[in-house]
Design a protein around this ligand. Sequence first.
Ligand code: 13P
Length: 261
Amino acid sequence: MPKKYVMANFKMNKTNDEVVDYIDKLSSLTSDCDCQVVLCVPSISIPLAVQKVNEKDRDFIIACQNFNENDFGAFTGEINAEMVAGGGAGAVLIGHSERRNLFKEDDLLVNKKILKALKSGLICIFCLGESLFDKKNNLTEQVIINQLSKGLNSIYANELSHIVIAYEPVWAIGTGIVATEQEISQSICIIRNTLAKLYNEEIANNVTIVYGGSVNDVNCKDISKIKGVDGVLVGGASLIPEKFSKIAKAFCECKKTKNKK
Ligand code: 13P
């Protein structure tokens, strides 16, 4: 049974000291947890976070939230994929709706970044999802197919094992409105069907797909039961280790087996 991915996106929150303290607490709170924890921390905290995870002897993946698609050069204030990987990060968020909307990142740029991340050995957490406008105008399917196929342009089948797809409907992010089981299932089905067309059925069934958007320590149990959901990407509720650890436990396989007995 592949591990479930339980991922925190701190966004622009937490200082270095707070990140280190968080890992300390989360590590104790999830000592019996077998899911794959991924922490998307502010770039500046990556090396310290990696150091703390190693000190605690945990397999948490420390991830970056963004990088610049260029190799190097006169891009004041930016960091590239090589720097992110060199700092110890194992993954990167690409195509998050906040990057798409606030920083005008389009599908072409998302694709460039996915290619760069893979070249640098980083796992890509490829975010996609429809806006409220899209949802109201019955464009969800079209938007998902479009974002997915453009984002994966020139990506080979064997690289899909380094990509986690995060389905995050924009209207559910930070709103407290979580997508229904039916909405999540339908969108994940669209993603897998599209992957089957772009690659093949086996790849479509094996790609890790997580849900994001107002996941918290209460609704996580129901979300964990939805077929085809391989984990979650959590914003607000990930900031408090006690809450995030409860979410991680909802996706914990060994715990479920123990409970069944
Ligand atoms: P919230 O969990 O705060 O809705 O944020 C989701 C998100 O954007 C994760 O990337």
